[in-house]
Design a protein around this ligand. Sequence first.
Ligand code: SAH
Length: 358
Amino acid sequence: MTPLARILIRRIAVDGPMSIADYMAECLLHPDHGYYATRDPFGAAGDFTTAPEISQMFGEMLGLCLAQGWLDQGRPAPFALAEIGPGRGTLMADILRALRAVPGMGEAAEIHLVEASPVLRARQADTLAGQRPVWHERVEDLPDLPLFVVANEFFDALPIRQFERTADGWAERQVGLREGGLAPGLGPLTRYPALAARLGDTRPGDVVETCPALPAIAAAIGARIAARGGVALIVDYGGWHSLGDTFQALKAHEPVDPFAAPGEADLTAHVDFEALAAAFDAAGTDVTAMTPQGVFLERLGITARAEALARKLSGAALDAHVAAHRRLTHPEEMGQLFKVIASFPRGGPPPPGFDPLP
Ligand code: SAH
């Protein structure tokens, strides 16, 4: 049993079952035993691999997308170049390399990172040595400047609540105790006004997820873009309109039981892009269509970039490079599961790469 499992079992024995959201928050960010608080989880030796860790081309394409937005908006200077949940700092380093091709943009950028994990902050400081990034606990603490911001695989780490539709209404899924261990169960039937609208497209047995922290975080980003200009690029796995149980745990690149080893597996859920779009719209920005990662990267020129990089490679390095390009873009790999959406100033030109709005 993990140390965090002992703590949570004691807590549930006293306070009763906890929501999936509270469980996720403890597992990921508990100061002593939380998953992100205690480790660097990325790469082949870790638990999962993210797009920027697969190839430098991912960050370069996001950088070019931000650069076009910056040019379209009249080259605001200074501006905040920000990342939420920057992992090892690889994505920001690749973005900065792409921006070197845009005269004046690197000089105008102040780098701001929103990161909860002390271990990963140290890692980001190494990767971005010389760039003098400023760290923040919360998105709300970002400076009052035009905001060009990316978040890759950040929103999937935010705690979710799960509700199951029963014959008589909605009951929340909770974490309780069974035979001395942690186990999922169903709470009492309760009225949830926010779920009333979901009676139309669900049936008994269906699960609906909500992400309580998402609206406030998207609103804080959107409010800055509405007031000062900028672009937000959000990349993650998920879809439009939450339906079904997407709560999952990964350890050593394999799915595991999310209740088996709290604090030692990564816990995530699919991102509800409809909720993101609604929050950006409410904050006063326009929103692009949700666009699959593969076509987004293709439109930004990833194939031309891949060919240019390939010319300097041979043998195993070339094979790895070709595989990385495929992994990022192919519909059977990350190309279709991962989606991108952007927030940009109302009435302004959208950043490049996105599907037209329906
Ligand atoms: N963007 C990176 C890392 C994704 S993993 C990449 O693509 O490789 C998720 C990141 O979000 C980690 O850096 C994690 O520590 C951070 N994170 C998770 N929850 C957070 C929260 N509530 N506040 C700030 N950072 C958080």
